[in-house]
Design a protein around this ligand. Structure first.
Ligand code: COA
Length: 170
């Protein structure tokens, strides 16, 4: 039974491990390993404090995936946010990514975020299909935007506008 919940302090270690594991696959994320535990902890605590969007997927108590949408820092762009996500390999293709993204988009909408952006590698067809399914459009391609071990890859830049949700802010 998988649960998708807003991240809490007790998930920091599990999130760190999941992020590190997916990053070390070297195929999907900008990161090739997790940042330091201290940085990850500060990132999560700041998301909790600011009520920014970050959800984790849990199998029992274990963090097996995450999705976050963090507003850009500068005031002229902070009405928009950047999405990042990942699942441990054995949990992919079971609809958990869809659940995580839906929860995050709803939360960001209730926080009055106006648009979500993301970058995805051109070879990452499952991710691109998921993003299209949830209403993301391709804004452009950054040719050879990635270089790893001497191999180039295109970066696909995608976005989705969020309609302002009625009711109270989350
Ligand atoms: C990308 C990722 C988060 C998607 O989550 P997921 O739980 O695997 O995706 P879902 O099972 O919810 O599937 C969502 C859609 O993606 C597509 N999809 C999923 N797995 C796929 C596969 N192996 N091949 C092709 N399309 C696939 C389908 O269109 C699917 O929708 P449908 O089932 O209604 O047809 C997950 O695969 C993952 O963690 N990948 C590695 C890390 C990563 O790529 N992060 C994103 C970096 S931008």
């Amino acid at each position: 039974m998988i649960r998708v919940v807003p991240i809490q302090k007790e998930h920091i270690k599990g999130f760190y491990k999941a992020l590190d594991q997916v990053a070390r696959e070297g195929k999907y994320l900008l990161l090739l390993k997790a940042p330091s535990m201290k940085n990850v902890k500060n990132f999560v605590l700041s998301n909790i404090k600011n009520k920014w969007t970050q959800f984790v997927a849990l199998d029992g108590g274990k963090v097996i995936g995450w999705c976050d949408i963090i507003p850009y820092e500068h005031p002229t762009v902070s009405h928009t946010g950047k999405l990042g996500m990942g699942l441990l390999a054995s949990y992919r293709g079971k609809g958990i990514g869809t659940q995580l993204m839906k929860a995050c988009l709803k939360h960001s909408q209730s926080r009055r975020l106006e648009a979500v952006y993301l970058d995805v590698y051109g070879s990452n067809k499952p991710a691109i299909r998921l993003y299209r399914k949830l209403g993301f459009k391709i804004d452009g391609i950054r040719k050879k935007g990635r270089k790893h071990k001497g191999r180039y890859e295109d970066l696909v830049l995608m976005s989705k506008s969020l309609k302002p949700s009625r009711g109270k802010m989350a």
